[in-house]
Write a protein that binds this ligand. Structure first.
Ligand code: GA4
Length: 324
């Protein structure tokens, strides 16, 4: 008899919920802004198509990722432990969270990338750093475009109020490549394993893509898990905690998780757009009124990040910054 997975008892039901798809090539920009605002308010999660990120830029980054994860464990460990940046296997963060995955965490600062490239692709470090820098430039541009449209849709007079934070040269943005090895085979149809546990992203905005293997799920408003169909040509956009705070709770940071239950390996790539460590995050004055008083105390991104790392992956860390 096959023993029940320790995780299977904790599963909530899954549900077919429509994930908004937003076509960024639509000429009517106020319509696009409106759709982005709706998606950020309802689910904090949506898909963008016709996003303008060149296929080769995505392809080169995926190839570098696949090449890295195909190395021996000893070679991968040369990239250094992911504390905070480098190669990680199963351990997530520093407080005992675990998942069925291995990953590469990189700061997006070009100097950090070029220093680390040597140990990640010693045959051709420049090829690796070029792939990462081009990818980061492209997805940062996409994140900024989405944030500017969101600001317009919210009727905030300063259109660049969000994107400025992640465009800053001192931005604390991060790139993450996750590799979920195949976890089941036809003779062992084991119950789903948690690849990366339920959580929200602490940053402003996440831009995610993957290969064509399923696994990502998002939590709907009524607490049901919604499977996200993989789409290697599109990007999924995830509202982070910092954007929820900046919009005084009008946008919701989306809780999500990844299952590792496929016969095929899953590779996903996430850009997490974050402000500089000393940037202040507080609800925008335009989002606050007598009817909607400020929900959060002002905090610096550095304070918030420290709180995130002192808590568990699944904790709702914004609660610690709520005004009582
Ligand atoms: C979730 C989003 C990003 O993957 C990440 C993660 C980070 C890590 O893996 O080191 C954290 C997690 C993430 C949130 C809470 C803390 C920090 C693990 C963890 C338990 C890189 C990030 O910035 O926050």
């Amino acid at each position: 008899m096959v023993a029940a997975s320790p995780f299977s008892m904790r599963y909530k039901k899954t549900k077919a919920v429509g994930i908004p798809t937003i076509d960024l090539s639509i000429q009517n920009k106020s319509e696009v802004s409106r759709m982005i605002v709706n998606a950020c308010e309802e689910l904090g999660f949506f898909k963008v198509i016709n996003h303008g990120v060149p296929e080769e830029v995505i392809g080169r980054m995926k190839d570098e990722g696949a090449q890295f994860f195909g190395k021996t464990m000893m070679e991968k460990r040369e990239a250094g432990p992911a504390r905070p940046f480098g190669y990680g296997c199963k351990n997530i963060g520093v407080n005992g969270d675990m998942g069925e995955l291995e990953y590469l965490l990189l700061h997006t600062n070009p100097l950090d990338i070029s220093e680390r490239s040597q140990s990640i692709n010693s045959n051709d470090p420049t090829k690796f750093s070029c792939a990462v820098n081009n990818y980061v430039d492209a997805v940062r541009g996409l994140a900024c475009e989405i944030l500017d449209l969101a600001a317009e849709g919210l009727w905030v007079p300063d259109k660049f109020v969000f994107s400025r934070l992640i465009r800053d040269v001192h931005s604390d943005s991060v790139l993450r490549l996750n590799h979920y090895p195949p976890s089941v085979n036809e003779w062992d149809p084991a119950p789903s394993k948690i690849g990366f546990g339920e959580h929200s992203d602490p940053q402003i905005l996440t831009i995610l893509t993957s290969n064509d293997v399923a696994g990502l799920q998002i939590c709907s408003q009524d607490g049901l898990w919604v499977p996200v169909p993989p789409d290697p040509t599109s990007f999924y956009v995830i509202v982070g905690d910092a954007l929820q705070a900046l919009t005084n709770g009008r946008f919701v940071s989306s809780r999500h998780r990844a299952l590792a239950n496929s016969t095929r390996q899953r590779l996903s790539m996430m850009y997490f757009g974050a402000p500089p460590l000393d940037s202040w995050i507080a609800p925008l004055p335009e989002m606050v009124s007598n009817q909607n008083p400020s929900l959060y105390k002002p905090f610096t991104w550095g304070d918030f990040k420290n709180a995130a790392y002192s808590l568990r992956l699944g904790d709702t860390r914004l609660d610690h910054f709520k005004i009582a």
